[in-house]
Design a protein around this ligand. Structure first.
Ligand SMILES: [Zn+2]
Ligand SMILES: [Zn+2]
Length: 271
C-alpha cells in the first residue's frame, strides 16, 4: 500500500483565518485531515475536507474508487459539494453531451462515498441535494467493505460529542494494516471487542490533547488509548501550531519524546 497524508490539521487549519501571529506565519500549512491509500489499481480516500480538490490535484489523482467519511464535521465533509460536481458528470453539468466533440469530453469519474447512518442523517438535514448526486452507501460499525484488494473496516470512536456518530477505519491488504482516527478521545474498546484498531503497522491518530490543553479529550485518556492501540508507528494528527501556541519543532520534539511522529501534509508512507 502507498499512503499519502492529505492533511494533518484540525477544523481551523494553519494558518488560521485572519491571523498573522508568529505561529501562523512561521509554520508549514496544515490542511484539514484526509488520507489517501493506493494499491495497484485501487484508490480510496478517507475524509472529504474543504481542501479536497486542491489535495487531489496536488497529487495528480483523477481516479478514485471510494471515499469514506469519519463523521459529519465541516473539516471532514466540507469538500462534498465539490465532489458532487465531479459525480454529476459533464452531461448533467452542461447539457446534452452529443453537442460536444469526443475529445472535448472529460472522463466522468465514478466513485462511492461510504458513511455512517448518523452521518447520512446530518447530510440529509444540511445538504439534501447531495444525496441524489453522490453514490452514498451506509456502513455499520464493524462491517468490512472490500474495495479492489483493500479491506476497509469501520470501528466506533469516542469523539467527546455523543451526537456525532464517529468512525475510525482500519485498511488492510496482504497482511499489512493502516488505521486512521483523526478526531478521537479514545478507542471504544468496550464497543469494539475485536480491537480492529490495534496492532497496526501504521496508525494515524489525533494527538492534540498531548500538547497543552487543546484537543477532544483528556491527555491521560489519549495516552492510554495510543498505548492500547500498540501500532508499530504512530503519526499524530489534528495539529495546529496557532491553537497550541507551539512551534512545529516544539511539537515534533514533544511527539518524539513519547515515541510518536508528527504528521506533515503530503508525507508518504509505504506498507
Ligand atoms: Zn495565528
Ligand atoms: Zn470532528
Amino acid at each position: 500500500m502507498e499512503i499519502t497524508l492529505l492533511g494533518s490539521g484540525e477544523a481551523v487549519g494553519v494558518p488560521a483565518p485572519l491571523c498573522g501571529c508568529t505561529y501562523c506565519q512561521e509554520s508549514g500549512r496544515r490542511r484539514r485531515p484526509g488520507l489517501l491509500i493506493e494499491n495497484e489499481d485501487t484508490t480510496v480516500v478517507i475524509d472529504i475536507g474543504p481542501e479536497i480538490k486542491e489535495q487531489l490535484h496536488r497529487i495528480d489523482t483523477t481516479e478514485m474508487d471510494a471515499f469514506f467519511l469519519t463523521h459529519h464535521h465541516f473539516d471532514h465533509v466540507g469538500g462534498l459539494h465539490e465532489l458532487a460536481h465531479a459525480a454529476m458528470g459533464l452531461d448533467r453539468h452542461v447539457g446534452n453531451g452529443e453537442d460536444f466533440d469526443r475529445a472535448e469530453k472529460p472522463h466522468d469519474p465514478e466513485f462511492a462515498v461510504y458513511l455512517s447512518e448518523g452521518c447520512l442523517e446530518h447530510l440529509h438535514e444540511s445538504t439534501p441535494h447531495l444525496e441524489s448526486t453522490l453514490d452514498l452507501r451506509t456502513l455499520a460499525h464493524g462491517d468490512a467493505v472490500s474495495v479492489g484488494d483493500l479491506t476497509v473496516t469501520p470501528f466506533p470512536i469516542e469523539h467527546a460529542r455523543p451526537e456525532f456518530d464517529t468512525l475510525g477505519f482500519a485498511i488492510e491488504c496482504d497482511g499489512r494494516a493502516v488505521v486512521y482516527a483523526p478526531d478521537m478521545w479514545e478507542f471504544m474498546s468496550e464497543r469494539e471487542p475485536d480491537r480492529v484498531y490495534a496492532d497496526a503497522d501504521l496508525l494515524f491518530a489525533e494527538g492534540a490533547a498531548l500538547f497543552r490543553t487543546f484537543g477532544h479529550g483528556d491527555e491521560n485518556d489519549l495516552r492510554a488509548a495510543l498505548a492500547d492501540a500498540n501500532a508499530d508507528r504512530t503519526v499524530l494528527l489534528n495539529l495546529n501550531e496557532h491553537l497550541q501556541r507551539m512551534t512545529t519543532a516544539e511539537l515534533r520534539d514533544a511527539a518524539q519524546a513519547d515515541g510518536y511522529e508528527l504528521g506533515v501534509d503530503f508525507a508518504t508512507y509505504e506498507l
